[in-house]
Design a protein around this ligand. Sequence first.
Ligand SMILES: [Zn+2]
Length: 236
Amino acid sequence: MAALTEAGLLATWEAALGQGPVRRALALATAGGAEPATVADLSVGRREEFVLALRERCFGATFSCAVTCPSCEEELELELGLDDVRAAPPPDGENRITAHGFEVEFRPITSRDLLAVRRDLPDARRRLLERCVLSARRRGRKARKVPDEVLDAVAAELSTRDPQADVRLDLDCASCGHEWRSPFDVTAFLWAEMEAYARRLLHEVHALATVYGWSEREVLAVSPARRRCYLEMAGQ
Ligand SMILES: [Zn+2]
Protein backbone atom coordinates (compact mmCIF):
# COMPACT_ATOMS: atom_id res chain seq x y z
CA MET A 1 0.00 0.00 0.00
CA ALA A 2 1.26 3.49 -0.81
CA ALA A 3 2.55 5.72 1.96
CA LEU A 4 -0.01 8.07 3.44
CA THR A 5 0.35 11.68 2.28
CA GLU A 6 0.90 14.36 4.89
CA ALA A 7 -2.57 15.75 4.10
CA GLY A 8 -3.97 12.25 4.64
CA LEU A 9 -2.09 11.94 7.91
CA LEU A 10 -3.48 15.28 9.11
CA ALA A 11 -7.02 14.24 8.15
CA THR A 12 -6.63 10.92 9.99
CA TRP A 13 -5.20 12.65 13.05
CA GLU A 14 -8.11 15.10 13.06
CA ALA A 15 -10.68 12.29 12.78
CA ALA A 16 -9.18 10.52 15.80
CA LEU A 17 -8.50 13.65 17.86
CA GLY A 18 -10.57 14.03 21.01
CA GLN A 19 -11.84 10.45 20.82
CA GLY A 20 -11.58 7.86 23.57
CA PRO A 21 -9.13 4.98 23.04
CA VAL A 22 -11.63 2.61 21.38
CA ARG A 23 -13.08 5.14 18.93
CA ARG A 24 -9.58 6.39 18.18
CA ALA A 25 -8.47 2.83 17.37
CA LEU A 26 -11.51 2.48 15.10
CA ALA A 27 -10.65 5.72 13.27
CA LEU A 28 -7.07 4.56 12.77
CA ALA A 29 -8.12 1.08 11.64
CA THR A 30 -10.50 2.63 9.11
CA ALA A 31 -7.67 4.80 7.78
CA GLY A 32 -5.64 1.57 7.60
CA GLY A 33 -8.15 -0.04 5.23
CA ALA A 34 -10.90 -1.48 7.44
CA GLU A 35 -14.50 -1.10 6.26
CA PRO A 36 -16.13 1.75 8.24
CA ALA A 37 -19.47 -0.09 8.45
CA THR A 38 -18.04 -3.26 9.97
CA VAL A 39 -14.82 -2.24 11.74
CA ALA A 40 -16.49 -2.12 15.19
CA ASP A 41 -17.53 -5.76 14.78
CA LEU A 42 -14.03 -7.02 13.98
CA SER A 43 -12.17 -8.73 16.78
CA VAL A 44 -9.84 -6.33 18.59
CA GLY A 45 -6.86 -8.21 17.16
CA ARG A 46 -8.11 -7.92 13.58
CA ARG A 47 -8.73 -4.21 14.16
CA GLU A 48 -5.16 -3.86 15.40
CA GLU A 49 -3.88 -5.48 12.20
CA PHE A 50 -5.43 -2.58 10.26
CA VAL A 51 -3.85 -0.09 12.67
CA LEU A 52 -0.53 -1.82 12.08
CA ALA A 53 -1.05 -1.48 8.32
CA LEU A 54 -1.65 2.26 8.79
CA ARG A 55 1.49 2.53 10.95
CA GLU A 56 3.51 1.01 8.14
CA ARG A 57 2.02 3.44 5.61
CA CYS A 58 2.72 6.44 7.84
CA PHE A 59 6.08 5.72 9.40
CA GLY A 60 7.45 2.48 7.93
CA ALA A 61 8.14 -0.93 9.43
CA THR A 62 10.65 -0.02 12.16
CA PHE A 63 9.55 0.87 15.67
CA SER A 64 12.00 2.81 17.83
CA CYS A 65 10.97 2.50 21.46
CA ALA A 66 12.37 3.58 24.79
CA VAL A 67 11.66 1.36 27.80
CA THR A 68 12.77 1.45 31.40
CA CYS A 69 14.11 -1.76 32.91
CA PRO A 70 11.79 -2.60 35.83
CA SER A 71 14.73 -4.04 37.78
CA CYS A 72 17.60 -1.53 37.46
CA GLU A 73 15.63 1.38 35.94
CA GLU A 74 18.11 1.73 33.08
CA GLU A 75 16.64 3.52 30.04
CA LEU A 76 16.83 1.13 27.11
CA GLU A 77 16.40 1.91 23.45
CA LEU A 78 14.83 -0.77 21.31
CA GLU A 79 14.41 -1.10 17.60
CA LEU A 80 11.57 -3.44 16.71
CA GLY A 81 10.44 -4.70 13.33
CA LEU A 82 6.96 -5.63 12.13
CA ASP A 83 7.62 -9.29 12.98
CA ASP A 84 8.26 -8.36 16.61
CA VAL A 85 4.88 -6.67 17.02
CA ARG A 86 2.83 -8.86 14.70
CA ALA A 87 1.35 -11.84 16.53
CA ALA A 88 1.42 -15.31 15.00
CA PRO A 89 -1.98 -16.33 13.56
CA PRO A 90 -4.30 -18.12 16.00
CA PRO A 91 -4.18 -21.93 16.02
CA ASP A 92 -6.77 -23.77 13.93
CA GLY A 93 -9.89 -24.87 15.68
CA GLU A 94 -13.18 -23.59 16.93
CA ASN A 95 -13.71 -21.01 19.63
CA ARG A 96 -14.94 -23.59 22.10
CA ILE A 97 -13.74 -24.80 25.47
CA THR A 98 -14.80 -27.27 28.11
CA ALA A 99 -14.12 -26.02 31.62
CA HIS A 100 -15.53 -26.92 35.05
CA GLY A 101 -18.17 -29.11 33.41
CA PHE A 102 -19.36 -26.38 31.03
CA GLU A 103 -19.09 -26.47 27.27
CA VAL A 104 -18.77 -22.92 26.07
CA GLU A 105 -18.75 -21.54 22.56
CA PHE A 106 -17.46 -18.00 22.37
CA ARG A 107 -16.24 -15.30 20.01
CA PRO A 108 -13.41 -12.77 20.37
CA ILE A 109 -14.02 -9.37 21.97
CA THR A 110 -14.89 -6.63 19.48
CA SER A 111 -14.67 -2.85 19.71
CA ARG A 112 -18.48 -2.78 19.88
CA ASP A 113 -18.26 -4.83 23.09
CA LEU A 114 -15.71 -2.42 24.54
CA LEU A 115 -17.94 0.54 23.68
CA ALA A 116 -21.04 -1.15 25.13
CA VAL A 117 -19.59 -1.97 28.55
CA ARG A 118 -18.72 0.89 30.86
CA ARG A 119 -15.28 0.10 32.22
CA ASP A 120 -15.91 1.81 35.55
CA LEU A 121 -18.66 -0.65 36.53
CA PRO A 122 -17.52 -3.20 39.13
CA ASP A 123 -18.69 -6.11 36.96
CA ALA A 124 -17.35 -4.69 33.67
CA ARG A 125 -15.06 -7.66 33.04
CA ARG A 126 -17.87 -10.15 33.59
CA ARG A 127 -20.26 -8.22 31.33
CA LEU A 128 -17.64 -8.04 28.61
CA LEU A 129 -16.94 -11.78 28.76
CA GLU A 130 -20.65 -12.63 28.87
CA ARG A 131 -21.15 -10.77 25.59
CA CYS A 132 -18.57 -13.09 24.01
CA VAL A 133 -20.29 -16.29 25.14
CA LEU A 134 -22.39 -17.58 22.25
CA SER A 135 -23.64 -20.68 24.02
CA ALA A 136 -22.98 -22.45 27.30
CA ARG A 137 -24.15 -25.95 28.16
CA ARG A 138 -23.79 -28.09 31.24
CA ARG A 139 -24.48 -31.82 31.00
CA GLY A 140 -26.05 -31.18 27.62
CA ARG A 141 -28.43 -28.52 28.89
CA LYS A 142 -28.35 -24.84 28.20
CA ALA A 143 -26.81 -23.04 31.18
CA ARG A 144 -28.56 -19.89 32.37
CA LYS A 145 -25.55 -18.42 34.13
CA VAL A 146 -21.90 -19.00 33.44
CA PRO A 147 -19.81 -19.04 36.64
CA ASP A 148 -16.82 -16.75 37.08
CA GLU A 149 -14.27 -19.58 36.88
CA VAL A 150 -15.67 -20.60 33.48
CA LEU A 151 -15.53 -17.01 32.24
CA ASP A 152 -11.91 -16.89 33.48
CA ALA A 153 -11.19 -19.93 31.32
CA VAL A 154 -12.81 -18.15 28.35
CA ALA A 155 -10.69 -15.05 29.05
CA ALA A 156 -7.51 -17.15 29.10
CA GLU A 157 -8.47 -18.68 25.76
CA LEU A 158 -9.34 -15.32 24.17
CA SER A 159 -5.73 -14.14 24.04
CA THR A 160 -4.80 -17.36 22.22
CA ARG A 161 -7.71 -17.08 19.78
CA ASP A 162 -7.16 -13.36 19.03
CA PRO A 163 -3.42 -12.94 19.61
CA GLN A 164 -3.01 -9.52 17.97
CA ALA A 165 -5.31 -8.11 20.66
CA ASP A 166 -2.72 -8.80 23.34
CA VAL A 167 0.80 -8.43 21.96
CA ARG A 168 3.56 -8.98 24.49
CA LEU A 169 7.23 -8.44 23.90
CA ASP A 170 9.96 -10.53 25.49
CA LEU A 171 12.52 -8.00 26.67
CA ASP A 172 15.86 -8.28 28.37
CA CYS A 173 18.05 -5.61 29.90
CA ALA A 174 21.54 -5.22 28.44
CA SER A 175 22.68 -3.65 31.69
CA CYS A 176 21.50 -6.07 34.40
CA GLY A 177 20.27 -9.09 32.43
CA HIS A 178 16.71 -8.89 33.80
CA GLU A 179 14.11 -10.51 31.53
CA TRP A 180 10.47 -9.51 31.44
CA ARG A 181 7.38 -9.35 29.22
CA SER A 182 5.84 -6.05 28.30
CA PRO A 183 2.55 -5.33 26.51
CA PHE A 184 2.77 -3.47 23.21
CA ASP A 185 -0.18 -1.29 22.23
CA VAL A 186 0.15 -0.48 18.54
CA THR A 187 -2.70 2.05 18.60
CA ALA A 188 -1.17 3.99 21.50
CA PHE A 189 2.25 3.84 19.85
CA LEU A 190 0.98 5.09 16.48
CA TRP A 191 -1.18 7.75 18.09
CA ALA A 192 1.80 9.22 19.99
CA GLU A 193 3.80 9.35 16.75
CA MET A 194 0.89 10.82 14.82
CA GLU A 195 0.25 13.50 17.45
CA ALA A 196 3.90 14.58 17.38
CA TYR A 197 4.06 14.58 13.57
CA ALA A 198 0.76 16.41 13.08
CA ARG A 199 1.57 19.13 15.59
CA ARG A 200 5.01 19.67 14.08
CA LEU A 201 3.42 19.84 10.62
CA LEU A 202 0.82 22.39 11.76
CA HIS A 203 3.59 24.45 13.29
CA GLU A 204 5.41 24.43 9.93
CA VAL A 205 2.21 25.42 8.12
CA HIS A 206 1.69 28.25 10.58
CA ALA A 207 5.27 29.50 10.25
CA LEU A 208 5.38 29.32 6.44
CA ALA A 209 1.88 30.74 6.04
CA THR A 210 2.88 33.67 8.25
CA VAL A 211 6.15 34.37 6.43
CA TYR A 212 5.21 33.63 2.80
CA GLY A 213 1.44 33.90 2.85
CA TRP A 214 1.01 30.33 1.59
CA SER A 215 -2.16 28.35 2.23
CA GLU A 216 -2.08 25.04 4.12
CA ARG A 217 -2.45 23.17 0.84
CA GLU A 218 0.47 25.12 -0.68
CA VAL A 219 2.70 24.40 2.33
CA LEU A 220 1.89 20.68 2.22
CA ALA A 221 2.71 20.61 -1.51
CA VAL A 222 6.31 21.51 -0.62
CA SER A 223 8.46 18.51 0.40
CA PRO A 224 9.58 18.24 4.05
CA ALA A 225 13.23 18.81 3.07
CA ARG A 226 12.40 22.01 1.17
CA ARG A 227 10.13 23.18 3.98
CA ARG A 228 13.01 22.87 6.40
CA CYS A 229 15.17 25.02 4.09
CA TYR A 230 12.46 27.68 3.79
CA LEU A 231 11.98 27.65 7.57
CA GLU A 232 15.72 28.09 8.09
CA MET A 233 15.80 30.95 5.61
CA ALA A 234 12.85 32.53 7.39
CA GLY A 235 14.81 32.25 10.63
CA GLN A 236 12.29 29.82 12.19
ZN1 LIG B 1 18.15 -3.72 34.03
